[in-house]
Design a protein around this ligand. Structure first.
Ligand code: ZN
Length: 126
């Protein structure tokens, strides 16, 4: 059986958040959501540190680039991988952001690959 990971999904679009939650939970992972980079950073600094952050690029208040930079600069958080995802095909070819996956299989493969540290030990029954 594949490993279970904890994932923070960051996207300003509610429909994308719920799609990602459904797909990642279907793959057995534990999922939390944030609506933009600042919201994500607040949650991360509250101690809810996931194995991996999957973040949209273009969002109000704080975008994905600024979120990734803020996480990299924070000594408590800088080992958490932030994967930037975009629905913009051109941006996916011209920047480090990846094309947004939507299927359960693709999202699970991405999370399995990115989570190598598995920082959070998940208590049973949560
Ligand atoms: Zn993990």
């Amino acid at each position: 059986m594949a490993k279970i990971h904890s994932v923070l999904v960051v996207d300003d679009e509610a429909s994308v958040r719920s799609l990602y939650v459904d797909a990642l939970e279907a793959a057995g992972h534990h999922v939390r959501v944030a609506m933009n980079g600042q919201d994500a950073l607040d949650r991360l600094r509250d101690g809810n540190v996931p194995c991996v952050v999957l973040s949209d690029v273009r969002m109000p208040r704080m975008d994905g680039w600024d979120l990734a930079r803020a996480v990299a600069r924070d000594p408590q958080l800088n080992s958490v991988p932030v994967v930037l995802l975009t629905g913009d095909r051109i941006l996916s070819f011209t920047s480090p952001a990846r094309d947004k996956p939507f299927s359960v299989v693709e999202l699970d493969a991405l999370v399995q690959r990115e989570c190598q540290l598995h920082r959070e030990s998940l208590p049973a029954g949560r």
